[in-house]
Design a binder for this molecule. Structure first.
Ligand code: S6P
Ligand code: ZN
Length: 181
């Protein structure tokens, strides 16, 4: 068997020659966190999350699937937990599955009217992101929050809407507890 292009997904890692890695540092997340002063005071090189992805077909292909592993590190910007940028899909009706494999956090889901739903993430929880729904992972724990994800290869990412108006609710540390505000 030819193992050159084999992809392995175990022990919280996605490995193999076809796997891509993207890192998002504090300096890449301008405008995402609320507390600007706290944001400016964090080392811009601090790693907030990384995404490993396996894209077996060309981006935009109809009918294919992509696979990813997102790892959000523990941390805070002011009182706001480290989280992913969050996005709608460019083909906005496209859905996605996420499942948590490590750590604790919240999957924030927001529809186009701005209604937000928060789903608790812990190892084994499964999360369906319907179409027309922005999604973001928030690490409320003290370890890395890791989740696998699978989405259609023609979904794309629309970060613009979130950059413009954000999510209507945020997950903050209030009295030592994760609170939706
Ligand atoms: C792709 C899927 C994930 C995210 C990843 C990072 O549709 O939802 O792979 O890309 O969790 O989040 P973001 O918002 O920075 O793309
Ligand atoms: Zn997505």
């Amino acid at each position: 068997m030819d193992t050159k292009d084999q992809v392995l997904f175990f022990e919280g890692k996605l490995q193999g020659s076809p796997v891509h890695n993207i890192q998002r540092k504090v300096k890449d997340l301008e405008g995402i966190f609320q507390d600007q002063e706290a944001y400016q005071n964090i080392d811009p090189e601090t790693l907030v999350y990384e995404v490993f992805s396996y894209l077996p077909v060309k981006e935009g292909t109809e009918g294919g699937l992509f696979f990813g592993l997102s790892r959000v590190f523990p941390g805070l910007v002011g009182n706001e937990y480290f989280m992913t940028k969050g996005h709608f899909h460019s083909k906005i009706d496209r859905g996605e599955f996420y499942w948590c494999i490590e750590g604790h956090g919240i999957m924030l889901l927001m529809d186009m009217e701005g209604n937000t739903k928060a789903e608790e993430m812990s190892p084994g929880t499964l999360h369906y992101v319907p179409g027309y729904t922005a999604h973001r992972m928030v690490n409320t724990g003290s370890e890395t929050l890791a989740a696998g994800a699978c989405w259609p290869s023609d979904a794309g990412h629309d970060y613009e809407k979130i950059a413009r108006s954000g999510f209507t609710r945020k997950v903050m540390k209030v009295n030592n507890r994760a609170t939706l505000v």
